[in-house]
Design a protein around this ligand. Structure first.
Ligand code: CA
Length: 764
């Protein structure tokens, strides 16, 4: 039993004994119960089994409590004086627009529950606690409306569950809309909260799976390439490692290499290099002393399935088409077509939301087309993505399936271009998304928000110009008419962007991402380069040659040491010039050399990493939003360097990046769903929202999370106690943790690229 803490500043103890019966909750099947004395307050909690995973907040953690603010409501949460406080900056329109809630609990039919909590607010207000469904139709099993003021009070309620079991119930405090009586901003705080079920037989919180101290790629290693693991240990001396096959027999041994303190993780580590063992097999484990790794394979096909699953992401996120069997792979993942009335039909949903963005759609499409072009012009495994290879409706149309998938986005981007005869003709609308954010657990066809088509921007126009130019050459021999359409659109967009070089999208994020980009010199360069490769015209060539960006291959894009991302795109044009025909050899060779130079920079950074991540912390020692995508994009550069030089060091460096993503990291987390012993399970996605609402499916295999993000921007990640985390540990696999666990097309596209490359090389 725990006694109530007396928080000196609150004088809580005195006030607890003065709780008024009138404050006690009333609701369906609820009995008023007096908590008129200190002792009864303390004893109520001892009777039952508390379903809540955070009750007293004394350890500074409040997870899985989180806030939810629906625009125009806004606010934040924090732990103050050992209580969980929500600050309401804007109360919004509806009571539920501002709330504090705890999910992940089961409410069972016939069980009797006691709810008790202390609550106070910075100024008198009303609050509506409720236990009920966490998704539509939001049935309530118990609720009450209570007055809360500056003096902490104890509130007690009781109810018997009359409905059938609910395994995804929530306890929520609605504090918004008309409930909010205080002037904003105001604080509402809870403490010592319990939801007791004396009959509950399970344990309140799921045991957290232990993270092994021997960290490996949980999927596996390619037989004839680098095999490196990381050992967490305080020891500074080399230790003996043993590689055991599935039956337990030791098949190789060696000595670890001490590394020391790894700044990105805060761990003391050593490295285990077992590259010399090249015999394929399944279910190996690596041991050091009493420590053992997760099992893994050594096989040439470890990336074979992933290269297809990573591309399947795009079919699943198609807008404007029914997602159906057999392509969906699982009945649960099927759904009706979403947003059939969009002003620009088709395309892929960008990320966890249902927005469609030309900037970001552009780099994703480019990456997919580059995957095709890279294989096509280097004698790569092009046939692996030919007709009939992907699970998509176009799998028997005689066209390579990877191009069918890419075309779904290309057609959408073409539709975003302003037609001739209208103002800003040739320019491209920046984006199309919901007017306000929708709830987690919303399938595309259930989205009732108004869709907004945003004004054209220079960046979007150049994204279309670049990818349509790519389209014009890729489809030339496959669908001449489509290639022509792309070619015209690309040149129209170029001319329009030249006329309107400073139309910038606003940074507001209401109902969708901003993807604002006020520096478009790189986008101009990218578009000019793609147009030059495709058309050979002097205009584009001269633009490229005159650009200051033409003198180097970047390694400073986007905060991390990296070459490109959605907002920094000149490297994309350079890569096309290095790969595709139509560029004179001297120019292509010079660019290839610079790409190899960039790969050397990434290898140098990697060698300073205890987990051999091909990613350097930012100058202020952090990982930024979508850090895993920087790892992936750096791996593309390493892959290109390998392709150009055939030097295995680049391939090995790339593989070590994949090892990091698939489990060889301080959290022992595979950041890809469906892969590894501890795979990604709960990405932030409105349809793959099982964790938020069991009516919705889990994510399919092959989805990569954005991963660790030092800024810990969302309420859930904050509540999980991530603040102050070491960069590689700023992660939690939870659907509400959007700042560390979102997924998006421009992160899955490089995953597909690198998986395809590694599978191609691994089979050699
Ligand atoms: Ca096809």
């Amino acid at each position: 039993m725990r006694s109530f803490r007396v928080a000196g500043a609150m004088g809580a103890l005195v006030l607890l004994s003065s709780v008024l019966p009138g404050c006690i909750a009333r609701g369906q099947g609820t009995q008023a119960e007096s908590a008129g004395s200190k002792s009864s307050g303390a004893e109520i909690g001892t009777r039952g089994n508390n379903l809540l995973k955070a009750s007293s907040f004394d350890d500074g953690k409040s997870v899985p409590w989180t806030t939810s603010f629906t625009a125009p409501a806004s606010g934040s949460s924090r732990i103050e004086k050992g209580a969980l406080c929500a600050r309401v900056e804007n109360a919004g329109q509806n009571p539920w627009d501002a709330q504090l809630r705890h999910r992940e609990m089961t409410i069972q039919k016939g069980h009797t529950y006691t709810v008790q909590f202390k609550a106070y607010a910075s100024a008198p207000t009303t609050v509506r606690p409720k236990v009920g469904m966490s998704g539509p139709p939001y049935a309530e099993y118990w609720s009450a409306t209570i007055d809360v003021g500056p003096e902490p009070r104890l509130y007690v309620g009781k109810f018997t569950m009359g409905q059938s079991d609910d395994a995804t119930a929530e306890l929520a405090f609605h504090i918004g809309g008309a409930l909010a009586k205080a002037d904003v901003p105001f604080d509402f705080c809870i403490d010592d909260i319990r939801l007791d079920d004396p009959e509950f037989s399970g344990t309140a919180s799921k045991a957290v799976a232990g993270v092994p101290n021997v960290l490996v790629n949980q999927v596996g290693y390619l037989p004839r390439a680098a095999k490196v693991a990381t050992l967490k240990t305080p020891s500074k001396e080399p230790m003996e490692w043993q590689l055991a096959e599935a039956g337990g027999a030791v098949v190789a041994t060696g000595k670890t290499t001490p590394f020391g303190l790894d700044a990105a993780s805060g761990d003391n580590v050593q490295l285990v290099d077992f590259s010399s063992f090249d015999k394929p097999g399944r279910g190996f484990t690596l041991r050091v002393g009493n420590e053992s790794s997760h099992p893994f394979d050594i096989a040439p096909d470890v990336y074979h399935r992933l290269k297809y699953d990573a591309l399947a992401y795009f079919y699943h996120n198609r807008s404007g088409i029914e997602i159906k069997m057999p392509f969906a792979g699982d009945e649960k993942l099927t759904r009706p077509a979403g947003h059939p009335n969009d002003r620009a039909l088709g395309g892929w949903y960008d990320a966890g939301d249902h927005g469609k963005y030309v900037v970001n759609g552009g780099i994703s499409l480019w990456t997919m087309l580059n995957q095709y072009e890279r294989a096509r012009y280097s004698g790569g495994a092009l046939a692996d993505f030919g007709d009939g290879k992907l699970a998509i409706p176009e799998r028997s149309n005689g066209v390579p399936d990877i191009l069918d998938e890419a075309r779904w986005q290309m057609e959408f981007m073409l539709r975003m271009q302003v037609p001739e005869g209208e103002s800003l003709a040739g320019m491209v609308h920046h984006k199309l998304h919901d007017e306000s954010w929708t709830a987690l657990g919303t399938a595309p066809h259930e989205d009732r928000q108004k869709r907004v088509l945003f004004a054209p921007s220079t960046a979007a126009t150049l994204n279309l110009s670049a990818t349509a130019a790519q389209c014009a050459r890729v489809w030339k021999t496959i669908d001449g008419a489509f290639a022509q359409r792309c070619s015209k659109a690309a040149e129209r967009a170029w001319a329009a962007a030249r006329k309107n070089p400073k139309l910038f999208a606003p940074a507001a994020i209401n109902g969708g991402g901003a993807y604002d980009d006020n520096n478009v010199a790189d986008d101009f360069y990218w578009a000019a380069a793609e147009l030059f490769v495709t058309t050979g015209k002097a205009e584009y060539r001269e633009f490229v040659e005159r650009s200051a960006l033409d003198k180097r291959f970047p390694t400073e894009a986007g905060g991390h040491v990296s070459s490109f991302n959605w907002g920094t795109t000149d490297a994309l044009g350079m890569i096309s010039m290095a790969i595709a025909p139509g560029v004179d050899k001297a120019r292509a060779d010079a660019i290839r050399k610079r790409i190899v130079g960039a790969a050397d920079v990434f290898i140098k950074a990697q060698q300073k990493e205890g987990y051999r991540t091909p990613l350097q912390r930012t100058p202020d020692g952090k990982y930024i939003w979508g850090s895993n995508s920087f790892v992936l994009n750096n791996m593309i550069v390493l892959g290109l360097a390998h392709e150009f030089t055939k030097d295995e060091r680049y391939l090995d460096a790339m593989i070590m990046g994949m090892d990091y993503l698939l489990g060889r990291n301080p959290l022992g987390q595979s950041y890809v769903s469906g892969y590894g012993e501890k795979p990604l399970e709960n990405p932030h996605h409105r349809f793959w929202a099982f964790q938020a609402n069991a009516r919705y499916p889990k994510a399919p295999a092959g989805v990569v999370s954005g991963g660790p993000n030092s800024s810990v921007d969302d309420p859930y990640a904050k509540a999980a106690g991530l603040k102050g985390c070491k960069p590689q540990k700023c992660f939690v696999d939870h659907i509400e943790a959007w700042s560390v666990n979102e997924i998006t097309i421009n992160w899955n596209a490089p995953l597909a690229w690198v998986a395809a490359y590694l599978d191609e090389k691994g089979n050699k």
